[in-house]
Design a protein around this ligand. Structure first.
Ligand SMILES: Nc1ncnc2c1ncn2[C@@H]1O[C@H](COP(=O)(O)OP(=O)(O)OP(=O)(O)O)[C@@H](O)[C@H]1O
Ligand SMILES: [Mg+2]
Length: 241
């Protein structure tokens, strides 16, 4: 489903990804681990079509993803419907005047009628227990509440794949366990998951596979999650544990 071949990406001041090869099949659940600044967020943003000026090849569902195709409104809309990103910082993700509008935004963009939009919003509000917050300004919510609204807004488009960028950050233990169970059930229902994380104690059973990024933006390990996590000397050397 996701195929990166020799993908490199630089910000104006610095290289962030160096010659990354990564293939993720439909229905896989993959942890992306690595020290601060190793390019995890950059990789997830690039996979979600939010960083276009890369070299190498990227295909999603067999379709090449290029800067010119992403600039095409119809292609880009269709692509963004199929893969969603839960940002590391929820404030970047939330921009509407109410929680309701935040959850309705994506479905409205996709041209759904207001009846279908309100049905989807009601479902997500129920799923995340947001009933008391529907009319509130997202900006005023607590960090964990914002994360729930952000995740609900990603799910509102019913994507085939979701990239989670350190989704457990700032959540209380109960919400972390809830999110863990939600990720397991999304994946069990066929959704492809990629997730940057440092929260190893809360993600038990979520991932089948792990890839490790090094400080200089290379993908240096790719294997079964349990095996990668069991190699403590390697993870310690990489400043991950
Ligand atoms: N918008 C940006 N402009 C310039 N440089 C950036 C930008 N975003 C990230 N970088 C740089 O690119 C490199 C990779 O950053 P990235 O955010 O992808 O790392 P990360 O692995 O997600 O780190 P963390 O664990 O801290 O979230 C870092 O050196 C970072 O300083
Ligand atoms: Mg990051």
């Amino acid at each position: 489903m996701i195929e990166l071949r020799g993908v490199s990406f630089s910000y104006p001041e610095s290289p962030a990804l160096r010659s990354v090869d990564l293939s993720v099949a439909e229905g896989e659940s993959v942890a992306v681990i690595g020290p601060n600044g190793s390019g995890k967020s950059t990789l997830l943003k690039l996979i979600c079509g939010l960083e276009a000026g890369f070299s190498g090849a990227y295909a999603f569902g067999g379709e090449p993803i290029t800067a010119s195709r992403l600039a095409d409104a119809r292609f880009s809309k269709d692509f963004h419907k199929r893969i969603g990103l839960l940002f590391q910082d929820s404030d970047v993700q939330l921009f509407c005047g109410s929680v309701y509008d935040e959850l309705a935004f994506g479905p409205r963009q996709m041209g759904l009628g207001e009846d279908e939009v309100s049905r989807r919003v009601a479902e997500l509000v129920g799923l995340f227990g947001l009933e008391r917050h529907e009319t509130r300004v997202p900006y005023h919510l607590s960090g964990g509440e914002k994360r729930k609204v952000a995740l609900a807004s990603v799910l509102s488009l019913a994507p085939d794949a979701i990239c989670f960028d350190e989704p457990m950050n700032g959540l209380d233990p109960k919400t972390k366990r809830y999110l863990r169970d939600l990720m397991v059930s999304l994946n069990a229902n066929g959704m492809t998951l990629l997730c940057a994380t440092h929260d190893f104690e809360y993600v038990d059973g979520v991932f089948g596979r792990a890839v490790v990024m090094s400080q200089d933006g290379r993908l240096v390990r790719d294997g079964p999650y349990a095996e990668v996590l069991a190699d403590r000397p390697f993870l310690a050397e990489m400043n991950i544990v």
